[in-house]
Ligand binder design. Structure first.
Ligand code: HEM
Length: 138
């Protein structure tokens, strides 16, 4: 656990960065999904490609954040926090983590079940090239 210049405990820099990158990516992804609804077919497809890649990034970063959190104890609640808020905040945080994993995972499962490849930063293209290389007659 890191401390402020005042000596008060605070979240580590890694946890703070991961928190904000994930939060902004989730908001951007919701906005992107909403915006694509009225787009022409090709633009919609391209935008959804970004949506899926960003979603998978959120999934990866959320796993990193959870693992980081397991190894780095968060600071205690501020002095004066009502006792009832402590268990409630634990439950809310747990639900947020569950959503951060289950939401992108459900999109991934959906796309996999529909046999629609996810082009994660050119990854499906790499896989296709790899398959072509392996199929090359020796
Ligand atoms: C942070 C992660 C994600 C968030 C917050 C998110 C959010 C959303 C939202 C708000 C919609 C619009 C729902 C509607 O209006 O009906 C949507 C649609 C969709 N999402 Fe995601 N999503 C995430 C990750 C993913 C991932 C990882 C995939 C697939 C790999 C995915 C695939 C899709 C697809 C295929 C649609 C339907 C688009 C359409 O109507 O054509 N999403 N998502």
């Amino acid at each position: 656990m890191a401390t402020r210049s005042t000596g008060a405990p605070r979240h580590t820099k890694v946890a703070i960065w991961l928190h904000w990158v994930i939060a902004l990516s989730v908001l951007a992804n919701i906005g992107l999904a909403m915006l694509t609804e009225d787009m022409p077919r090709e633009t919609h497809r391209a935008a959804m490609g970004i949506h899926k890649a960003l979603g998978i990034t959120v999934l990866g970063l959320s796993i990193v954040l959870i693992l980081w959190r397991l190894g780095h104890k968060p600071p205690p609640s501020p002095v004066g926090t009502p006792a009832w808020q402590k268990p409630v905040s634990k439950v809310v945080h747990f639900l947020f983590y569950a959503l951060l994993i289950l939401l992108p995972l459900s999109g991934w499962v959906w796309m996999s079940a529909a046999d629609r490849p996810i082009d994660f930063v050119g990854c499906s293209r790499c896989r296709r090239s790899w398959r072509r290389i392996r199929a090359w007659p020796m």
